[in-house]
Design a protein around this ligand. Sequence first.
Ligand code: PMV
Length: 362
Amino acid sequence: MEYANPKLILGSEIIEPTKIAWRSPSNIALIKYWGKYGRQLPKNPSISFTLDAAFTETEIEYQSKAPGTAQGIDIDFFFEGQKNDAFQQKIEKFFHSILDVFPFLGQLKMTIRSSNSFPHSAGIASSASAMSALAMCLCSIEHQLFNPFESDEAFLRKGSYVARLGSGSACRSIFGGLAVWGETGEVKGASNYYAVPVANQVHEIFHDFHDDILLISKEEKEVSSRAGHGLMDENPYAKLRYEQAGRRLHHLMQAMKMGDLERFGSIVENEALTLHALMMTSNPSYILMKPNTLHAIEKLRRFRKETGHPVYFTLDAGPNLHLLYPHASVDAVQTFIKSELASLCEKEHWIADQVGQGAREI
Ligand code: PMV
């Protein structure tokens, strides 16, 4: 399944300056994507909650290039109001890599302005929100210039496809609630090329689930996700891991359909620790948790045992802890965070987030 389309090229018409903007959220994986092949395709299926409070807003202003200007990527990139050359270079590279999908990108002059709802150095992975917002802007430009989409579904699917090429996990952020990316018999229509929404297939208790993010450390990531995925190529447990991820997705979907929180929590916690175990057993090896990550996990498990509140943790490829729980437990859990866990966070910083609606035009 490929979207390469050499026909998406402009004729001699003049494109007046036009703006388009999208807001897209971050997401937190319950079954993790870790290991890839080919053009950003996943070695195993993954599933994530789409978040709400942690998002990126991106605006693109595009117009025809001045007559006689050579074809090629021509962008100016501003992050949080400031010209940002490092990000600009990344986006130029990304745009070059998708010229087969959007050949018209070489014919436009674009000014891109982007900002996050969370501080850039907060230790929250911003690539999912940033790449999904950017991908949706590009699809909107295609829509305005060529009007090729037959349905909203086709439009969102292409957005997810393009977001994946920017950052794999970004393809899941397009859709509200819960999204699956990667081939699996578990979900009809699931694909390695784009994510599909699955919120309507699970128990309603998950529709307004919470994810409070404990910022244990705001340091730069010790290992990039690109390098992390690459380490899986030589990881001795890789084959078993990919099989396990498929099985876990099946069991997790069963638990989520039934609203079985205990089963949900045990799979999700195991999965987070598996991701970290994979990093510890790669060569070179990485320990991405900090002492306070472990302290927080111990305290959380004690709180759960003592109070019976169904609150469980997951982790990204870093030290920050995500606390997942149903809406009914919000007061108890947030009181507990303030009294017991905030002191384990850098500058006592944590973010209250919850399941959200996915990308939307602004
Ligand atoms: O999308 P990437 O290449 O940044 O990889 C993200 C991988 C994890 O966040 C660790 C897991 C996931 O599925 O989101």
